[in-house]
Design a protein. Structure first.
Length: 105
């Protein structure tokens, strides 16, 4: 398990909900699910090339303490940057989840 000091970034986990505006048009809104401490690691350029990542996309791994209810339809907001969650890699016995994310352009 990572020491508490490694969880050095405050992030918001948000869930999408679709509503309608005053004239009935669909509006995408995001609501806060949780605000938690995390460890964010961006892939280096070499790692991205080895992983076959698209050069125009920025991929990262965000580790948070284990919590139930997170899914790939959610997003992360950290320091004003929005990340779509692509996959979850939970390690319940170690007490954390790694979120595989991509920056929303």
């Amino acid at each position: 398990m990572l020491p508490a000091a490694k969880f050095d970034r405050r992030i918001n986990i948000e869930q999408r909900s679709d509503t309608q505006d005053a004239i009935g048009q669909p509006v995408e809104t995001w609501s806060l699910v949780a605000a938690v401490w995390a460890n964010i690691k961006h892939l280096s350029g070499a790692q991205a090339i080895k992983a076959g990542a698209d050069a125009s996309s920025v991929k990262a791994s965000i580790r948070i303490r284990y919590m139930a209810g997170i899914d790939a339809g959610m997003r992360i907001v950290a320091d004003g940057v929005h990340y779509n969650i692509g996959a979850l890699l939970p390690n319940k016995s170690a007490g954390y989840i790694d979120l595989v994310v991509e920056v929303v352009a």
